[in-house]
Design a protein around this ligand. Structure first.
Ligand SMILES: [Zn+2]
Length: 161
């Protein structure tokens, strides 16, 4: 006999919806213009000036990646993360990305992370609209020219799955 859901289609939809992870339901893509991202970064400007010249804001978290905004008016530290790849979109300003090579004065910093003073790798100039991919395990550091600042959007992708 053919199963009939005629009595309660709403209930069936409800039960089926329970099989789909919450994060996959009723979500749409997120699209940002560079000017929207600059607006979203404004609270970070004040935060950074009170602190060490860097402020970050997580935009949204997902099961194995998250999105964030970074504002810097000073050089970032050197870092390497074993379990995350970084994808950046440069939103505003200019920076120098140093990547590869070795971390100078390495110090463990949390699970799978090493931080340090600098990176001995290759220097690449970054400017607005550049897209950057840093594979997990690659040492990297963002340098900001004196008296300037940079905003970039980051997707941090967990690579252990
Ligand atoms: Zn990173």
């Amino acid at each position: 006999m053919k199963p009939s859901f005629g009595c309660c289609p709403g209930l069936m939809l409800f039960l089926l919806a329970g099989l789909v992870p919450a994060s996959a339901q009723s979500k749409v893509a997120e699209v940002y213009s560079l000017s929207q991202l600059i607006q979203m970064a404004q609270p970070l400007v004040q935060q950074a000036s009170k602190g060490n010249g860097t402020a970050t804001r997580i935009i949204e978290k997902y099961p194995d990646h998250y999105t964030m905004l970074v504002y810097r008016n000073r050089d970032g530290g050197a870092e390497l993360h074993r379990d995350f790849a970084d994808i950046f979109v440069m939103v505003e300003g200019k920076a120098t990305l140093v990547s590869g090579g070795e971390i100078v004065n390495p110090m463990p910093s949390g699970e799978g992370e090493i931080r340090g003073a600098s990176v001995t790798g290759t220097r690449m100039e970054l400017t607005k609209e550049d897209v950057v991919h840093i594979a997990a395990g690659v040492p990297h550091q963002v340098l900001v020219p004196a008296n300037s600042s940079v905003i970039y959007y980051v997707i941090k992708v967990e690579t252990t799955h």
